[in-house]
Each structure stands twice: as C-alpha cells, then as structure tokens.
Design a binder for this molecule. Structure first.
Ligand code: AMP
Ligand code: GLY
Length: 407
C-alpha cells in the first residue's frame, strides 16, 4: 500500500514508522497553507491512502479536497475539524449533546469580555477560540492576567499562527477546573469507534508541572487510572454522545478524535477536542498498536471500521521530548545533536525538529521539540527507565527535557 503522511514533525515520523512496520510504502509530504497546491503534491504520489497529521490542513479543508479527487483519506472534513479550529464551535457542540465540560461564555469583542471579567473571580481560563499551536490558553491566577490574555487575543498576538474558522476573533472564558488530565483518543469512521490506549501529556516545560505551557513535553501510555470504572464512565458520558452527535449533525468524520479531559471531583470533563493524533501522544501510543496500521487506517478512511478488530500490545511506553534551547518562545536552530547508533533495547527515536548535518548520527536542531525518545517496556517503570537511559546518551548543548515523565 502506498501511503502519504501529511506533515513533518514527531507525530508524522511515528505515523511513518507504524505504517512501514505494517508493510506500507510511505512518503512524508510537508504542509503548505495553499490547500490546492498541497493536494496536487500529494496526488502526484498516487497514494492508496492519505493520512493527515496536523490540524491546520484539516481545518483548511484538505481532506475534502483530496476526497473530491477520489482518494481515501484518514482525516475529518473541514466542517468537522472546526471542533478543533474553533473552541466556540466545540463548546456549543458539547452543550447541544450534553457532554460534560467547563461552564463558559464566548465573546467576539474585547469590551464585553473585559466587562464580564470585572464581575468574575480568579482563577479563570481564557482561550483564544482559533488555532494557536498550543499557545492560546491562559489559566489565569488573577483577573489582571485574564484581562491581559483577552487583550492579547483581540490584538492578534495569540492565535495568529493558524487559520481562523470564520472571519471574527473570539474568546472563550471558562471555569477553571482542577484534577488530573487524561487524553482519550479514538478512531472513528463516523459510524463506529475504537478507543486507543489512554495517554497523559505533560504540557508545562519544567519538572513538577511548572514553567511555560508547551505543545507537550512527554507522554506516558497507557495511564494507570485511579478507578477501573472510569474509562467506562468516559465512554458513556463523553465518547458515545460525541460520536452520536457527529453523526446526527452530519459532520463527516473519518480519522482520529483526541479528547482532552480533566478528571474532576465531579467526574470527567472535556477540556478540548483535537481532530488528529496528539503530538507527542501519537509517539507514545502508536508503538503499542499490534494490528496492521495501513489496513486499519484504510478501513477508517473507507468507513469500514465496523469490520476491523484492533488489538494493542500489553506493554507500556514513555515518550520524553528533548526540546531545543529557547523553546517554546524562540527555539534555537542549528544546535548540533549527536545520536548514538545504539540507543538500547526497547527504544524508538522520532525526529520532531532535526535536520541531517552530514555523517552518521550527526544532526542539527531545526524545530522546537527536536527529538522524541520513546521507551517501551513491560511496565511503566521499565518504559520510563529505557527512555531516560537513551535520553542521557543523546546530548546537545542547552537541551531541555523533563526528568519526571511518568514519575
Ligand atoms: P486546551 O488547549 O483547551 O486543552 O488547553 C490546554 C491546557 O490548558 C489543558 O491541557 C489544561 O492543562 C489547561 N486548561 C484548559 N482548560 C482548562 C480549564 N477549564 N481549567 C483548567 N485548566 C484548563
Ligand atoms: N499534545 C497535545 C496536542 O497535540 O495538542
């Protein structure tokens, strides 16, 4: 099977790996804001299947353009991708289908948002409604911080990196939830769904969940849940209503849906939807797939998931992100990275932002989250130990990584 994977980061390298492991012939095609030009480049490969990695091309309608050309595509339609592209759309969808989430208000102008904040109490959460590459959310400890976040959204300082859904800037102000976070991803072809192993991202830059918000600094999978019944609760209260809502509203969805949850004392509540694999969740979860990935993803793309069984390895993974100095604000490119030929048993390495520098194992940083080091083991502790043993063997000046992934 010839497969094109759209995108070029750590997630796409994990997709490339799992598809090759299933026997596919894979080409990675980098993104382009011009959807028609991108579709042309993809079609030139004559693929049997196209797997779209990142959110921006999905929100811009790449899946629809490719389907219009008769291709099998793993990735939702533009209309369905608004669940990630617009937090206002996502919150309204959840309200319509009774999906538990933080109470919220949406505003399309700064004066009303600021007037509302004057009556609110901190902590409170301010979200740029549009795509913001993981930088659009402020968990504000004070109202001053919340006001600054509102101003930033409307001044265009935040969210400028992705396509907006609709012409207007909008902000969501919501209740601050507390608890541990959990990621549940599912494959769906719109009719049926299959859950992926649970995962837990570590979104802050530094140990102990301190420092800046990032795109994700590390993931463990599967997650040890406090209560074995929790997953069934999430399926009943969140997953089923969401999948049913997509179908009832005629939102064409064939791909993976990422549900970010907060496990609150009042039960699991949805923080966000992503309409693609998480990055670095994919790097931790895909190595656990025992089924044939090309066959499975094609079944999703063709609406034939009901006749596919999906099996997972009874193993654990820990993915540690090694980021370039200056990440997230201003990652430094060109930092030399040397990768030893042997990283040890049970270790996978996925490039996130690395460019070859000539010679075996010689690279330079070319992006923020430069490397994803994944340890696989029979237990969570083994997976973590393998990942960190490999991390210590890859050194580069100013490397930033957390030492508490899965601790
Ligand atoms: P989101 O992109 O909506 O998932 O937000 C990114 C991160 O912000 C989440 O992973 C949480 O850590 C945090 N966050 C988002 N919404 C809330 C909320 N209502 N209460 C507390 N933290 C939140
Ligand atoms: N790791 C979170 C995300 O992919 O959005």
């Amino acid at each position: 099977m010839r497969v094109v994977v759209v995108g070029s980061g750590g997630r796409e390298h994990a997709l490339d790996w799992v598809l090759r492991a299933g026997g596919a012939d894979v080409a990675l095609v980098g993104v382009d804001p011009d959807v028609e030009a991108l579709a042309e480049r993809i079609a030139a490969h004559g693929p049997d299947l196209v797997v779209i990695g990142p959110e921006a091309p999905l929100v811009a309608g790449l899946a629809d353009v490719l389907r219009g050309r008769g291709l099998d595509v793993f990735g939702p339609s533009r209309e369905a991708a608004a669940l990630e592209g617009s937090k206002v759309v996502a919150k309204a969808f959840m309200s319509r289908w009774g999906v538990p989430t933080a109470r919220y208000l949406a505003f399309d102008n700064p004066s009303e948002a600021l007037a509302y904040l004057a009556t609110a109490t901190a902590p409170i959460v301010v979200k740029d409604s549009g795509l913001a590459a993981g930088k659009g959310v402020t968990v504000a400890g004070t109202l001053e911080e919340a006001e600054a976040a509102v101003r930033a959204v409307f001044s265009g300082a935040a969210g400028a990196s992705g396509p907006q859904v609709g012409a207007r800037r909008e902000v969501v102000i919501e209740e601050c939830l507390s608890g541990r976070e959990l990621t549940v991803m599912l494959l769906t072809d719109g009719a049926t769904y299959r859950l992926l192993p649970t995962a837990r991202d570590h979104k802050r830059l530094c140990d102990g969940d301190t420092g800046e918000m990032t795109g994700g600094m590390g993931v463990v999978a599967p997650v040890a849940l406090p209560d074995p019944a929790l997953l069934a609760t999430i399926e009943e209260t969140v997953v089923k209503p969401v999948v049913a809502g997509l179908a009832a509203e005629g939102l064409f969805y064939r791909g993976v849906l990422y549900i970010g949850l907060m496990l609150t004392p009042d039960g699991p509540k949805v923080l966000e939807f992503n309409v693609r694999f998480g990055d670095p969740e994919a790097q931790a979860v895909l190595p656990l797939l025992a089924s044939n990935a090309p066959e499975l993803f094609r079944a999703v793309a063709r609406g034939e998931l009901a006749s596919s069984s999906v099996t997972w390895r009874a193993a654990h993974t820990a993915c540690v992100v090694m980021a370039a100095p200056g990440y997230p604000a201003a990652p430094l490119a060109g930092v030399p990275v040397s990768v030893p030929a042997d990283l040890g048993e049970g270790v996978l390495l996925f490039a996130g932002g690395l460019a070859p520098a000539g010679g075996p194992g010689a690279y330079v940083t070319s992006g923020g989250r430069a490397l994803n080091v994944v340890g696989i083991g029979a237990s969570a502790a083994e997976a973590r130990a393998s990942a960190y043993a490999a991390v210590e063997r890859i050194s580069f000046p100013g490397a930033q990584y957390r030492t508490d992934i899965g601790a």
